[in-house]
Design a protein around this ligand. Structure first.
Ligand SMILES: Nc1ncnc2c1ncn2[C@@H]1O[C@H](COP(=O)(O)OP(=O)(O)OP(=O)(O)O)[C@@H](O)[C@H]1O
Ligand SMILES: [Mg+2]
Length: 304
């Protein structure tokens, strides 16, 4: 019998306040209403707020309880979200504590998340491009990039993808010289010439490095959601993946575009999922469409 694996999707994008938490919460809600069992994991370590999207003021148990061994199993901190087929791992709101997690604590946490048995595991990650944030994004074989249409958000989105990839690549390289080389690209000490794709550059430097990079890329699927867009911006949904392909060589699947909508803030203030409060709005229909895209795409994915 083949081992059943959960589909793990992480929602990131580099910039703060671009809708990572709003979209991951509502997409999780939508997928759960299709009858799938969903785990929603708040890995915005230090700035967690997924519980608020579902009306939970103070979660009884949080990820911290697992990290500090107050519970034995990760499943013991999962909170049932009433009315949804979702179990929530509520996160930590103490930034100082979260940034001080050591490597061993993080490895144990990440392994526990990966070992969960659900149909879908949706991970909300924090803003920025710290190593910790990149590592949480890389837990998932499926990385959803969220961006606003503004050039600043797009810039961060490209940089985030490249940094997350390089970070993942370095963990797979044994050779010290090659590891240092990847670190130097990551740190900006080596600049890839303009117009040369990351993969072509690797190929021109070292075949072994290029091979590891291709394998890493094959084992990660990247997606894009354009958020808070105007009708006019929606054409970017296809343009951004083409630009990323041209400049870096990554394949990105567009999942959908969400328009700017004042009711988003209203739903957050009411601490209820948007899709529940405004079931017939165009934003809800779009969220359902994105959730369906995720489910349909997942059917053909295989994870090594
Ligand atoms: N489509 C939208 N239309 C209007 N406002 C939106 C939309 N999406 C998100 N917002 C606004 O952006 C704010 C930030 O959203 P959210 O908290 O999901 O972002 P985030 O990327 O998770 O932020 P952080 O990086 O701080 O974790 C929300 O409070 C909401 O007001
Ligand atoms: Mg957030």
């Amino acid at each position: 019998m083949t081992e059943r694996k959960s589909h793990i999707f992480a929602f990131g994008g580099g910039k703060g306040g671009i809708g990572k938490s709003f979209l991951s919460a509502n997409i999780a809600a939508s997928i759960s209403k299709m009858g799938y069992r969903v785990a929603l994991i708040d890995l915005d370590l230090g700035g967690a707020n997924q519980h608020t999207f579902f009306g939970i003021d103070r979660p009884q148990k949080i990820i911290d309880d697992f990290i500090e061994h107050r519970v034995k199993k990760f499943s013991e901190i999962l909170l049932n979200i009433p009315d949804y087929n979702i179990m929530l791992a509520a996160g930590i709101q103490n930034d100082l504590k979260a940034t001080n997690f050591n490597i061993g604590q993080k490895a144990r946490l990440f392994a526990a998340v990966k070992a969960l048995d659900f149909d879908y595991i949706i991970i909300d990650i924090g803003a920025g491009m710290s190593i910790s944030t990149l590592d949480t994004f890389n837990i998932a074989p499926n990385g959803v990039l969220i961006t606003y249409p503004e050039p600043t958000a797009l810039e961060n989105c490209y940089k985030f993808l490249k940094s997350a990839f390089l970070r993942e690549l370095r963990t797979r390289i044994k050779n010290k010289e090659l590891k240092d080389f990847v670190d130097n690209i990551y740190d900006g000490k080596i600049i890839i010439p303009t117009g040369v794709k990351l993969f072509d550059y690797f190929n021109s430097i070292h075949t072994e490095l290029a091979n590891i990079a291709y394998t890493t890329a094959r084992q990660h699927y990247y997606y894009l959601i354009l958020n808070s867009a105007s009708e006019h911006d929606l054409e970017l949904l296809d343009h951004i993946p083409l630009a990323i392909k041209r400049f870096y060589g990554f394949n990105i699947t567009p999942l959908g575009g969400i328009l700017y909508d004042d009711k988003v803030r209203e739903s957050i203030k009411k601490m209820r999922p948007y899709v529940e409060l405004f079931p017939d709005s165009p934003t809800t229909l779009k969220i359902h469409e994105i959730a369906s895209n995720i489910v349909n795409i997942s059917k053909s994915l295989c994870y090594d």
